[in-house]
Design a protein around this ligand. Structure first.
Ligand SMILES: [Zn+2]
Length: 179
């Protein structure tokens, strides 16, 4: 691809804005923490946003060429390579999306799910177990005030008494004391 001289974009050596790594437009990598960056003048916002779309580094407000690219020297080749990588990525993601679409469609009519009520019930059962374990642990550690607080929390949440039999059996099973 040959460029009109008027199309040429001058990349100049400028003082780095801060001591950080900055994205490279050419290779998609970034600079090291260096004092001097090779950068164009600020891009018009629209052009910058176009660059940003294909960058893992987000918004590009200038065209920047990292020192590795400068050292390698083959800027045009690197640009073409980077464009190809991004293109391959688009195609790979499109293929993955198509696969996912197929997968979802293959599931239609085949999922035998629990009812919402069953899900709620299972949650209540696990919650009860957790409360009871905490209660048992409070008894084991000889903390009756903590045990009372746990019972109150349970009552507040579920409007019923936390069953005691379980926690006694639990503590006994663990060889605990203070039952
Ligand atoms: Zn680079």
């Amino acid at each position: 691809m040959s460029s009109d001289k008027n199309d040429l974009i001058e990349i100049k050596c400028v003082r780095a804005r801060s001591w950080q790594r900055y994205p490279c437009t050419v290779c998609g990598g970034c600079t090291e923490k260096v004092d001097v960056h090779a950068e164009s003048d600020a891009l018009p916002p629209k052009e910058g946003s176009v660059v940003a779309e294909s960058s893992t580094w987000g918004w590009h407000d200038v065209i920047r060429v990292c020192e590795s690219c400068l050292e390698a020297g083959d800027i045009d080749e690197r640009l073409a390579q980077r464009a190809m990588e991004i293109e391959a990525g688009i195609e790979r993601r499109a293929a993955e999306s198509r696969q996912h679409v197929q997968f979802l469609r293959s599931l239609v009519g085949r999922l035998k799910v629990p009812t919402f009520a069953q899900w709620e019930e299972a949650g209540r059962a696990l919650s009860l177990e957790r409360f009871q374990m905490e209660l048992a642990s409070a008894y084991e550690r000889g903390k009756p005030e903590k045990a009372e607080a746990i019972k109150e929390d349970y009552e507040e949440l579920y409007g019923g008494q936390l069953p005691e039999a379980y926690e006694r059996a639990f503590v006994a099973a663990r060889g605990g004391k203070n039952v």
